[in-house]
Write a protein that binds this ligand. Sequence first.
Ligand code: PMP
Length: 393
Amino acid sequence: MLSRRVSHIKPAPTLALSAKVNQLKSQGLDVIGFGAGEPDFDTPEFIKEACIKALKEGKTKYSPSGGIPPLRQALAEKLLKENNVEYKPSEIVVTAGAKMALYLVFSAILDEGDEVLLPSPYWVTYPEQILLCGAKPVEIKLKEENGFILRAEDIEPYITNRTKALVLNSPSNPTGAVVPEEEIKKIAELCLSKNVFIISDECYEAFVYDGEKFVSPASLSKEVREITFTVNAFSKTYSMTGWRVGYVACPERFAKVIEDLNSQTISNATTFAQYGALEALKNPDAKTFVQTMRSAFEKRRDLAYNLLKDIPNISVVKPKGAFYIFPNLSYYSSKLGSDLALAEFLLEKGKVAGVPGSAFGREGYLRLSYCLSEDTIKEGIERLKNALALLES
Ligand code: PMP
């Protein structure tokens, strides 16, 4: 018998969809996949070269479980310079991607029966990891009318004496919503007053549009820093999803435990991959690369939004960040019974793939990742529109 702990576990639907699209493509089918949660840019050459150099120099053994010292040092400098938060290298633990960082944080703070506030729509992995730790995800339903932006007043009614933490993901996957600084301040004050940790998933910090400002909650005050776990990765910012390098920064007494958990599970993030990550922080060309990608995504965001908003009977919020758009297709999905049925219909009839909103806790929506060329986005949304029109007849 399998353990009760894993009895509910599901494969990540986003990864499953990408696998299905790739399988169809390999059979020669012309499918446009809006499913992938990763940039379509290649990892910059100088990052690859730094990793190859590390391999050739024999950096092929275990590293310290908290990460190689120069990377922890460079991350401390990055967090101070870009995020305005002071962390010592010993307060930063390098992990196998942000996903592992989150799992280690949940493992470090959650006991059986604890509650974690989870604004929905949420990234698919959060509830699964919370459940794996024996705790309970408590959904806070964000309103489309509010642009899916989390507000302190939405959180307050859900706080109980079992509430341990809040997951804050701004810019958000799947909605692209960015919580404004004023609201982050109010949320942080509320968490401080109620003794609730903030787990700030900052994976999409580099992708913010329309002059919006990205704010790390830990930068707000010494007190907020004390209750915050700042989680981030190289995956999206530098198009390094397959490298599996992420990190968590938090007060030393927590970092020490997370480092121990890392040492007893994966030992360390892959040693030579950490040298690639170090180059991403050190090489001045990296900034240009990130800017190029950000500008491309902003243009594609505009394109996808403008095309989607003209499709009859759907509504769509203009995302302010990340690289996803989350149109409301409930008019169409209700005709087929579910958004899963709609996603299957779109794949079959339209040869276009998106992830059903129900995977993110919100039935009736579809998440589209616009990490595709502008021509592909145009063609893909045209296919979506035509397939939806079939449901009108
Ligand atoms: N957080 C969010 C919100 C994400 O979208 C993702 C990747 N899809 C991750 C964390 C995981 O990132 P990584 O690949 O670094 O594990």
